[in-house]
Design a protein around this ligand. Structure first.
Ligand code: SF4
Length: 338
């Protein structure tokens, strides 16, 4: 084995996927943690004496995020109160097991944990939703509901920030997907390290520039407990293609991940392009780019036996709903004729 390229005098144990540097374990840990600290301080992600909810799934990203945030908070005196926030989608054989891992994180890292379930928030588990709609659009329901559930949890906990475990590979994949879909609004938002959730609680991504392979390596060498089983309802086909493309390109040149992120950050949207503005859903009060948010439309469809409502154009959804609903007397009606 060659010597560690950080010149610490030890033998190198690994090759950093991001830079190709040959490092010993300790120098890798230091480089990995310092980069996240640099990301946090350069973007001024947190103000001192605030509370941060860490969106915790029990997977490698959120486990490493919780571990490293705690470590940096102690080391650099960020003065943050850290709490874990988990969403139980109600997926048997997946989320029930991964929540056990989150509970282990709670005990190991000594952080309070709040769990919110789809069943309590929406009246449906993902198992029930899939039984109703099948396996084609399940991730649309799950993603929309989870996003809002995290916002609800953050508001409930009265935190100042919601930190998510999105890593560099996730961001690059999302940039690729949004380019392929021509979705300018999302392209703009997905590159931001801080996004406004609409209710005044910013979402932040401390792992934005951290490679997935390095997160796995860090968790492995630190012996962190995380859950690695894939969701029984995966894959989300479209993201899966973007992921495969990125992984193939990363084999040729690992810098493609950073290059895509930097390209996404530098893209300027043409001023003539129509961009949806964020507002509050007139039904539930949470952030939405429409009068009624996607979560409320999807939920309405489920409750009215029209599960495809909300899959596709929202104007079509509204028309279908008005045609099919006795409305006006129905709780959660969308027709606005009350
Ligand atoms: Fe939800 Fe789809 Fe992810 Fe499973 S794969 S947790 S259904 S978004």
């Amino acid at each position: 084995m060659p010597q560690c390229s950080a010149k610490c005098g030890k033998n190198a144990m690994l090759k950093r996927p991001k830079t190709g540097d040959m490092l010993c374990k300790e120098c890798f840990f230091e480089a990995f943690e310092n980069e996240i600290h640099f990301t946090i301080t350069r973007a001024k992600l947190f103000k001192p004496n605030t509370t941060v909810a860490i969106a915790a799934s029990g997977g490698k990203d959120s486990t490493v995020l919780a571990y490293v945030l705690k470590l940096l908070n102690d080391k650099y005196k960020y003065q943050l109160d850290l709490v874990l926030l988990s969403i139980d989608e109600g997926i048997t054989g997946y989320r029930d097991d991964s929540l056990d891992t989150v509970k282990q994180n709670r005990d190991d890292y000594k952080m309070p944990l709040k769990i919110l379930s789809y069943k309590d928030l929406y009246g449906w588990t993902m198992d029930e939703i899939v039984a109703e709609i099948g396996r084609k659009n399940n991730c649309t329901f799950c993603g929309v509901f989870r996003r809002q559930a995290l916002d609800r949890g953050a508001a409930l906990l009265k935190v100042d920030y919601l930190a998510t475990g999105h890593n560099a590979d996730d961001i690059a994949e999302t940039i690729l997907m949004n380019i392929l879909r021509g979705d300018l609004a999302r392209l703009n938002r997905c590159t931001s390290i801080i996004t406004d959730s609409g209710d005044g609680i910013p979402r932040v991504k401390p792992l934005k520039y951290t490679y997935e392979k390095e997160i796995v390596m860090y968790a492995y060498f630190k012996k962190l407990v995380y859950f690695s089983t894939e969701c029984v309802f995966a894959p989300n086909a479209y993201r899966g293609h973007a992921r495969m493309l990125l992984k193939d390109m990363e084999k040729i040149d690992p810098s493609v991940i950073m290059n895509i992120i930097q390209s996404g950050e530098s893209l300027k949207v043409n001023e003539t392009a129509t961009m949806p503005s964020l507002t509050k859903c007139t039904r539930c009060g949470y952030v939405s780019s429409q009068e009624v948010c996607k979560a409320c439309i999807l939920l309405e469809g489920l409750n009215k036996g029209l599960p495809r409502l909300g899959i596709g154009k929202s104007s079509k959804a509204k028309r279908i709903l008005q045609e099919n609903s006795p409305c006006c007397k129905t709780q959660n009606c969308l027709c606005n004729n009350k």
